[in-house]
Design a protein around this ligand. Structure first.
Ligand SMILES: Cc1cc2nc3c(=O)[nH]c(=O)nc-3n(C[C@H](O)[C@H](O)[C@H](O)COP(=O)(O)OP(=O)(O)OC[C@H]3O[C@@H](n4cnc5c(N)ncnc54)[C@H](O)[C@@H]3O)c2cc1C
Ligand code: FES
Length: 285
């Protein structure tokens, strides 16, 4: 999408396109997945995005918020968002029903996970909690073209078994046998047989060599410095480590400065950055 704003034009980057929620699926006590289809067939056909990009979703009469797109970029019929019930916009969405209308602006973000450069490389994906959401479109894309990539490993940490997101997809990945999975929870229940504790402690077990490995990371801000510390110990290259940053946003298109991190704007320069780009930016990680 062009970032040019034409004051005479009815449709600007600030005008949401009308879309309909066609399916709502509960993932956990606090997260739901919303399947969304544009009303206008032409807009639907034109909508293209890259793994890691986001949209601004409007609840009409209330406001808007940015959400990562979790569906496969190859699928042009709909987009899916995974939304945690935390406040104004997200709570209103959680109270909506299938068939109701929302607005969509985007896709936004010029920084995305470099799925092309990752070809013929190992890909390590590290997610904490809701951080699995921004990684989902990348994982789906890679699995769509599985033969183009070397080893794939997902390290995912959640607070407890109940809060693990995308359980159906995780089961499917585990059945495929061509993707390694390491799941860890902070607070196990009686039935939990997997790893216990923060997921960063699983990084030393990764056997992918630094020369042909890309890493994609998303999770709560507090996780990043520990992940980076472990990845650097393994000598993974900063230019091959990609992190999705989340900051409070307003416009989503580089005009309001709400989302700045040092001299970068997360909405237009990110939300995905290489470690090489941001390692010296104050407050980035
Ligand atoms: C690039 C980007 C991608 C994002 N992707 C997703 C996504 O895929 N799924 C998703 O659910 N959210 C995502 N978010 C966060 C989302 O945009 C909103 O910030 C969040 O939904 C809260 O907005 P709200 O209007 O519901 O709550 P608000 O009314 O703004 O906030 C209500 C209360 O919740 C607190 N709060 C706000 N955000 C959070 C948070 N993330 N965690 C805990 N407490 C919070 C506020 O401080 C406030 O006290 C993303 C944000 C960015 C910048
Ligand atoms: S959200 Fe307005 S500049 Fe980034």
């Amino acid at each position: 999408m062009s970032l040019e704003v034409n004051a005479d034009s009815k449709n600007t980057i600030y005008t949401p396109d009308v879309a309909r929620i066609t399916r709502i699926e509960r993932l956990s006590p606090t997260e739901k997945v919303f399947k969304i289809v544009f009303d206008d067939e032409e807009i639907k056909n034109k909508f293209e995005f890259k793994p890691g990009q986001f949209v601004e979703l409007t609840v009409f009469g209330l406001g808007e918020a940015p959400f990562s797109i979790i569906s496969n970029p190859k699928n042009r019929d709909f987009l899916k968002l995974c939304i945690r019930d935390v406040g104004g916009v997200s709570r209103a969405l959680h109270n909506m029903e299938e068939g109701e209308k929302v607005g969509i602006r985007g896709p936004f973000g010029n920084g995305y996970f470099p799925y092309e450069k990752m070809k013929n490389q190992n890909v390590l994906l590290i997610a904490g909690g809701l951080g699995l959401a921004p990684l989902m479109s990348l994982i789906r894309y890679i699995l769509h073209y599985r033969e183009d990539y070397k080893g794939i490993m997902v390290i995912y940490g959640a607070v407890n078994p109940e809060s693990i997101l995308f359980k159906n997809e995780i089961q499917y990945w585990s059945n495929r046998g061509d993707i390694s999975l390491c799941l860890s929870v902070d607070n196990p229940d009686d039935k939990w047989t997997g790893e216990i504790g923060i997921c960063t402690k699983l990084i030393p077990r990764v056997i992918f060599p630094p020369d042909d490995t890309y890493v994609a990371v998303a999770g709560p801000p507090a996780m990043y410095k520990y992940v980076v510390y472990e990845l650097e110990k393994k000598k993974y290259k900063p230019e091959n480590i990609f992190l999705s940053l989340e900051r409070r946003m307003e416009c989503g298109v580089g005009k309001c400065n709400h989302c700045h991190v040092g001299n970068k704007l997360v909405c237009v320069d990110g939300p995905v950055f290489s470690l090489w780009e941001i390692r010296n930016l104050k407050e980035a990680i």
